[in-house]
Design a protein around this ligand. Structure first.
Ligand code: FAD
Ligand code: MLT
Ligand code: ZN
Length: 480
């Protein structure tokens, strides 16, 4: 079943007619104007199978000029659109709510340039993250972000969600690594902000408005991004801890002891581990699975094989002596390393196997980051399976609640409780996934009324007809 979000269609939007289709064919070519039912049904539903729209049209532009013509036309006709990348978003932002035209950037997948001296990549927004990383590895560089969806997600989607992921602890936010963007506005204006400089204080830095705006202010068509060098030495440790406080102390220790080589610090509880082991084929735990309460995956990445390894081993030994770690394995080869990552990255895939999943992506102060998981487990009892995992190094908890089907009674037990709890503890209701459709009405838990009002004003300035990704990000009540 679908999730229970019932938003009426905004009647100010036009309905698609055959003249519209003919026009789109004339500007982007017949074969990239998709009305085929199978392709539309795939583009109408999100990765979790939770949010479903009923769009009749999917457009596949090949250039910024084509995106510009499409938006210019849709704006003058008041046809609503939803920008779509790899459609891996987890908050219902990448699929239509009603009959919005889907604009997918998948054919815009060219590398424009790579500057090997400065490590600056310029590419089209539809490039798949993993392909960019492979391209860069051949040049001796890597992408500054990595996530489980790398094989499908597009850099334009990453920028539009301000995706965090597994390398955030080392290379920081896209607000730091993205140097420039090309964006097409709702009226078709192509905004060239495609700078390649580290420093450029010439007035308002408008690219930041589009990073994390989830397709509500413009369509990102090109990205300029700073890429770190690929370092030769990588180590992985998979560790077991008795309790959450040990994970927390281990993190502080790792930051101090591993310093500049620390490149990932991920955690999961035993419930997340059990879920992966029981639902994904061929995944085995490197440690006895039912013995421990928490697991931590640490990665180091540096330039000196023996120095890095010595550093890691000394840190692990000390942590074991202090009782922070109960058990652990250091990876001996690439295969073992990828088996560690398979467990952590497999949680998303496993989380949709029970039938229904309610995903919460919270930023919280470290000291009570895990409390909400225990509270929800107690609150829901047998009615649901509750797991906690995430990017502990960044203070980002993923709380997932799974049931056999979507159920309003279960949802009423979870929301608004989780949001109120998060707000009370000065957290954020979205650390990295965005608001999308799921949390558009919940923005006030994390932003003040004045801030939300300014966002609404900016949305109205940039997109006066409201055609870009309607019903998402901001409460619909501002637009009726
Ligand atoms: P989509 O899902 O297609 O779109 C996401 C949003 O961006 C939508 O609102 C859409 O309208 C908009 N959009 C897409 N492309 C454009 C564009 N060119 N211009 C303007 N707007 C656009 N997120 C994290 O932050 N960290 C993680 O570790 C992480 N891991 C994941 C693991 C898995 C297995 C999955 C399925 C998802 C994960 N995600 C994670 C969530 C998701 O946000 C990211 O996968 C990714 O950033 C979305 O990119 P996409 O190309 O699939 O965008
Ligand atoms: C992750 O860190 O695994 C992701 O953000 C995706 C998810 O929570 O499913
Ligand atoms: Zn995540």
């Amino acid at each position: 079943g679908s999730s229970a979000i019932n938003i009426p269609r905004n009647p100010s939007f036009a309905k698609l007619n055959s003249d519209d289709i003919s026009y789109f064919r004339s500007i982007i070519g017949d074969k990239n104007v998709i009305e085929d039912e199978d392709r539309l049904s795939a583009a109408n539903v999100d990765w979790m199978g939770k949010y479903k729209g009923s769009s009749q049209l999917l457009l596949l532009p090949k250039s910024s000029e084509e995106v510009s013509k499409i938006l210019h036309y849709c704006n003058s006709r008041k046809l609503a659109v939803v920008p779509q990348g790899g459609n891996t978003g987890l908050v219902g932002g990448s699929v239509p709510v009603h009959d919005e035209v889907i604009i997918n950037l998948g054919l815009m997948d060219k590398v424009v340039s790579f500057d090997k001296i400065n490590g600056i990549l310029v590419c089209e927004a539809g490039c798949i993250l993993e392909n960019l990383n492979s391209f860069l590895e051949n040049e001796g560089f890597i992408m500054p972000l990595d996530l489980g969806a790398k094989g499908s997600c597009q850099i334009g989607g990453n920028v539009s969600t301000n995706a965090g992921g597994l390398r955030f602890i080392r290379y920081g936010s896209l607000h730091g690594t993205v140097l420039g963007l090309e964006v097409v506005l709702a009226n078709g204006t192509v905004l060239d902000m495609l700078g390649t400089l580290r420093k450029n204080n010439t007035g308002y830095d408008l690219k930041h408005l589009f990073i994390g705006s989830e397709g509500s202010l413009g369509i990102v068509t090109k990205v300029s991004i700073l890429t770190p060098p690929k370092l030769i030495s990588t180590n992985h440790a998979f560790l077991a801890c008795q309790d959450f406080i040990s994970c927390q102390k281990l993190l502080l220790g790792a930051k101090r002891a591993l310093g500049e080589v620390l490149s990932a610090f991920e955690f999961m509880d035993s419930h997340a581990m059990d879920l992966v082991l029981s639902h994904l084929d061929g995944v085995r735990s490197p440690l006895p699975a039912s013995l421990y309460n928490f697991y931590v995956l640490i990665e180091t990445n540096g330039s000196d094989e023996s120095y890095d390894k010595t550093k890691l081993e000394a840190f692990l030994l000390r942590s074991m002596e202090e009782g922070l770690i109960l058990d652990g394995v250091i990876s001996q080869d690439i295969n073992q390393s990828s088996s560690f990552w398979r467990i952590r990255e497999g949680i998303s895939e496993a989380s949709v196997k029970l039938g229904a999943v309610y995903k919460y992506d919270l930023s919280l102060p470290l000291n009570n980051l895990y409390d909400i998981v225990e509270e929800m487990r107690a609150r829901l009892g047998e009615a649901a399976k509750v797991i906690g995992y995430g990017h502990l190094g960044d203070g980002n908890l993923h709380l997932n609640i799974m049931t056999s089907r979507y159920d309003d009674d279960v949802l009423a037990q979870i929301e608004p409780y989780v949001y109120e709890w998060t707000s009370k503890h000065k957290g954020s209701i979205s650390a990295e996934h965005g608001l999308g459709l799921m949390k558009a009405n919940e923005i006030h838990y994390s932003k003040s009324p004045e801030t939300v009002q300014l966002m609404v004003d900016m949305k109205k300035l940039l997109d006066p007809n409201g055609i870009l990704n309607p019903y998402k990000v901001l409460p619909q009540s501002f637009f009726n």
